[in-house]
Design a binder for this molecule. Sequence first.
Ligand code: SAH
Length: 347
Amino acid sequence: MNNYLELPPDKLAALFRDWQLPEYRIKQIRRWIYARKITDFEHMTDLPKTVRSLLAEKFGSILRSKELKHHISDDASQKLLLELEDGERIECVLLQNDRHHRTACISTQVGCAMQCSFCASGMDGFVRNLTRGEMLEQLLRLNVLLPQDERLTHIVVMGIGEPMLNLDALLDALGEATRSDGLDISVRRVTISTVGIPVGIRKLADAVVQTGKGYKLAVSLHAPNDTLRSQIIPYNLRTSIADIFSATDAYFDKTGRRVTFEYTLIESLNDQPEHITQLAGLLRHRTALVNVIPLNPVLALNFRAPSGKAVQHFVERLEACGIQVKVRFRKGDKIAAACGQLRRGES
Ligand code: SAH
């Protein structure tokens, strides 16, 4: 059975030609799926009945996963636990704020191989990459959670998995999401967050130049020196902060987009005065933003969140060094949907 969301435009067009369906049918279907949030061929009422039945026969259903759980938090965050066709499970999140941001946080892999010591996503190991269709499906499913007259405005690729290890499929899915006849999300409102894999960052920079789609890049720095960073992010043993910065410098040069450095603040571990000095030293001559994320506690992982006062102190000291800083306020933590709390299984 053909899988609708997996097919890139040229393959889809070829199939429609084989079936002697005119190309404008594809446009009609796109409008149903992306603009009207309808993913059942039967309900696409401007298609002749015969065409609807043919499509249902050739494709089965457009959405392939099963929604196992739908959590709604009192801060309006919503989290879906999805079961994929092969029985694997992933989570994705809808975040909302009072500035009308409707943000989808999507996963790129089943599980994660990075094993960062403060993050739940790697706790059950790594299974496989997600496909383009499985990433698109997360977006469509989150989009329908919104009222009919609202749509997703932002995407953060900050769910489970390391995006740079599944970059081709991700760019395919984001390409679709940012098309004006797709979900029509502005590329400037799409952020890809990586553990910091220099070859991946360079590849992304080239893709941005080639396609003109200037996605925002965020790098999970979390420590200002390699000794500390390697302690909490095992992948750092295979690279270094210097290599990461040379890749992010290239990203900035090629794309003109300021890079964000995420810094999950963990009590007594990376929040000390020397860390502020070192971090400021790394960023002083760069166009960059530090995104401070107070740790979201993960059960079974032995780290503590800093106090509000400690966060404020860290931010003020960094700003006093001339660094641009933003704090990422906690969202979705009551339903275990905050940064670092998403998992493959039940949470
Ligand atoms: N794999 C990608 C996306 C991860 S999620 C990456 O590594 O960037 C987005 C951010 O949340 C990352 O910066 C990640 O390191 C951070 N994070 C992970 N666990 C966290 C936790 N328990 N508390 C706060 N932030 C966490």
